[in-house]
Write a protein that binds this ligand. Structure first.
Ligand code: CO
Length: 460
């Protein structure tokens, strides 16, 4: 019997986020939801990550309403979201009551699969979200943030995977956010995890360095169950490799791929038009579509390189780029080899630039790095360099245990504070996640409703 390979389509979330900064409004993809629903994907990744923030900040959309509308249009396909563990959809840790309610409401509004990761791979930061997902009856996809360092070994990843299974993971995701995983590494890592646990494995990578097609192929040879791809007009570059290409190649190699080609053609034709609009208005830049192998040379994710460049440009110090680049892995080592993913990539990059421009290491540190050294982001993969930690914290002691245990519940107080501005728990959650953005949205909604009400009375 042929080995079956299943696909997660990412056009609505990761491809959208990677290529056009998540600017796809609901109305632009709505006409394709029925087709995506019929195409036979394992899941459609459509929510979480940056979509929530961008809906409120730029698109004037209620992210919850977006989810409900997707759910209504796609009754047959699992809907998947990306969740940053205890950070939920933000950049620092939230109290447990918020994490639990957020997960419960995400599932209630239509999510089937929650991919849960932590920037440090600290399982203590995944536990509450994982358990809440299982309790809500959804699929908890326990996720490894893939990185390379002397302390990131197959043994360390296998240990983590076993802990994820213990916490109730129904699938395991290997998340290679920087697209730096090569084909042999994929083969070896998938094999090691397959040997350790009997859970379906999903490999998630990006085309950034050009390795992705080869990496997926070798992962499939090692028995990977699910791969993440994007419909061709939104594939390549910083996004995922193309859905149609992988379906074609894997079928030719004798694997079972249950995707409907007519649906894929329809999606491809439609999204070509959408892509052209975003190219025309400058949102989709040629740079994000290109192959960039610098990440392999420097072991720094593509997004970080462009952040380094723009920071140095702002400070009129572009000539220090090579130095800042060389400093980045040193800061990462000092900080105990965190995987470079939101928010650690930003923190490490900013610190590297400061160290170079100050002419003295850790003379100035951001409040995020200070919090990191205090233990507010969790347990680091290797210990933070003790001397540097001491230099940054002075006499202050790092916290023991889980930072979220020190945080007070937030939901009840926020509900009271918002009064009738918040009509639902979802409104309260939006406000806790992004107070300023949500308040503006809720005020505008209220004003609009009052106008409508006045108008109705006049009419009557
Ligand atoms: Co991704």
């Amino acid at each position: 019997m042929a080995q079956k390979v299943q696909f997660v389509e990412t056009v609505l979330r990761d491809a959208n986020q990677s290529l056009i900064a998540t600017r796809l409004p609901f109305d632009k993809f709505a006409p394709m939801l029925e087709t995506i629903d019929k195409a036979g994907f394992y899941a459609a990744e459509c929510w979480g990550g940056a979509t929530f923030d961008v809906c409120l900040r730029y698109l004037n959309e209620d992210p919850w309403e977006r989810l409900r509308k997707i759910r209504a249009a796609m009754p047959n396909t699992k809907l998947q979201m990306l969740l940053r563990g205890q950070n939920v959809l933000g950049y620092s840790h939230y109290p447990d009551d918020f994490v639990k309610l957020f997960v419960a409401k995400a599932v209630e509004n239509g999510i089937d699969v929650i991919r849960i990761f932590d920037a440090l791979n600290d399982v203590n930061n995944l536990k509450v979200a994982m358990e809440a997902t299982v309790k809500a009856g959804a699929i908890a996809s326990g996720t490894i943030s893939y990185t390379t360092s002397p302390v990131h070994t197959h043994a360390s990843y296998v240990k983590m995977v076993k802990e994820l299974k213990e916490m109730g993971a129904s699938t395991i995701c290997i998340k290679d956010m920087a697209g730096i995983m090569g084909p042999q590494e994929a083969y070896d890592m998938v094999s090691a995890i397959k040997d350790a646990v009997d859970l379906p494995i999903d490999l998630h990578t990006h085309s950034t360095t050009g390795l992705a097609f080869m990496t997926y192929l070798k992962a499939v040879e090692a028995g990977v169950d699910i791969i993440d791809t994007a419909i061709s007009p939104f594939s390549g570059g910083t996004s995922q490799p193309a859905t149609e290409t992988l379906a074609y190649a894997l079928r030719q190699l004798g694997y079972e791929v249950n995707l409907n080609d007519d649906c894929l053609v329809e999606m491809s034709n439609y999204f070509k038009g959408v892509r052209d609009e975003f190219v025309a208005d400058g949102t989709m830049m040629p740079k994000s579509m290109a192959t960039d192998t610098q990440c392999l040379t420097y072991q720094v994710p593509g997004g970080m390189l462009s952040n380094l460049l723009s920071q140095l440009k702002q400070m009129n110090a572009l000539d220090r780029f090579e130095e800042a680049l060389a400093e980045t892995p040193k800061v990462r080592k000092d900080m105990g080899y965190p995987p470079l993913v939101t928010p650690t990539s930003q923190m490490v990059g900013v610190q590297a630039v400061r160290n170079v421009l100050d002419g003295e290491r850790y003379k100035t540190v951001s409040k995020e790095i200070r919090a990191y050294c205090r233990g507010e982001y969790g347990r680091t993969p290797a210990p933070i360099d003790p001397e540097i930690q001491k230099q940054i914290l002075g006499d202050e002691k790092p916290i023991e245990g889980r930072y979220a245990d020190t945080l007070k519940p937030v939901v009840e107080d926020t509900r009271k504070k918002l009064g009738d501005l918040a009509k639902t728990d979802e409104d309260v959650l939006s406000y806790i996640a992004f107070p300023n953005l949500a308040e503006k949205y809720l005020q505008e909604r209220k004003a609009k409703e009052e106008n409508v009400a006045t108008y109705t009375i006049v009419e009557a």
